[in-house]
Design a protein around this ligand. Structure first.
Ligand SMILES: Cc1cc2nc3c(=O)[nH]c(=O)nc-3n(C[C@H](O)[C@H](O)[C@H](O)COP(=O)(O)OP(=O)(O)OC[C@H]3O[C@@H](n4cnc5c(N)ncnc54)[C@H](O)[C@@H]3O)c2cc1C
Length: 206
């Protein structure tokens, strides 16, 4: 199940069909039960003993991608980063090209403040919509999410369900060539076709 294909089983795996399903599930889940939330599992190393409690896996079709006014684009938490980047390109929205080379979902990208090639989620996100353990939905701005280097200040138990990003008008061909440049740069620096963990080192700060 995980990107690195290691680790033990989940005690209980739940893949919500949609937001209503997840909300219903959470409202009936005992607060005593531990929950783990994942997207593509590309940033986790599962221990051999597996995962206790309920493991919630947000699937790609959980919530769709929508083009909004003002060059904004929203994406459900389960959407793969590369698919959002591709849809933004089709809509001639630049700024999301870096996502094309990160092998995770939007939920994981927001939780990790994922980034590469000089850009990270905090540079493009406007707000995130979250659901808590009781099924209550809240919208948090970029500042309220509190982005850190490869993380956020969010309290545990908040599950991202959707995020809105700000794109910049651009030409499809320009976006495509930037995506190709980013992906060929990665192919040169990281082995292709193997389940590697990607970059091992932290980016240096200024
Ligand atoms: C080959 C390779 C290359 C990589 N390159 C990069 C890179 O260039 N830049 C970079 O930043 N990262 C990179 N990564 C790491 C990883 O892909 C990113 O961190 C990615 O954003 C994780 O997304 P995911 O859906 O796989 O998250 P998961 O691994 O499923 O989860 C990661 C974390 O996010 C939390 N999470 C997931 N979904 C949600 C949600 N809906 N709500 C709340 N929390 C959630 C999980 O609880 C967990 O703590 C790379 C990984 C690999 C394997």
């Amino acid at each position: 199940m995980s990107w690195l294909k290691v680790g033990g089983p989940a005690e209980c795996l739940y893949i919500p069909y949609n937001l209503e399903d997840l909300s219903h599930f959470l409202s009936f889940l005992s607060p005593k039960i531990n929950i783990n939330v994942f997207g593509r599992l590309s940033n986790v190393l599962i221990r051999d003993g597996g995962l206790s409690g309920v493991t919630i896996l947000i699937p790609p079709n959980f919530l769709p991608i929508n083009l909004l006014k003002g060059n904004q684009i929203s994406a459900g938490a389960g959407i793969l980063d590369k698919n959002l980047s591709y849809q933004a390109m089709c809509a001639e929205l630049g700024g999301l090209e870096f996502l094309s080379s990160i092998p995770g979902s939007i939920g994981g990208a927001v939780a990790m403040n994922a980034g590469c090639y000089g850009k990270e989620i905090k540079d493009i996100i406007l707000e995130g919509k979250f659901i808590d353990r009781k099924g209550k939905i809240s919208v948090l701005t970029k500042n309220e999410i509190g982005f850190l280097y490869r993380g956020t200040k969010l309290s545990e138990g908040k599950i991202l369900i959707e995020a809105i990003f700000q794109g910049q008008p651009s030409k499809k061909e320009k976006i495509r060539s930037l995506i190709e440049k980013i992906n060929s740069g990665r192919e040169i620096s990281q082995p292709k076709g193997y389940a590697t963990g990607g970059s091992t080192f932290k980016n240096p700060t200024e």
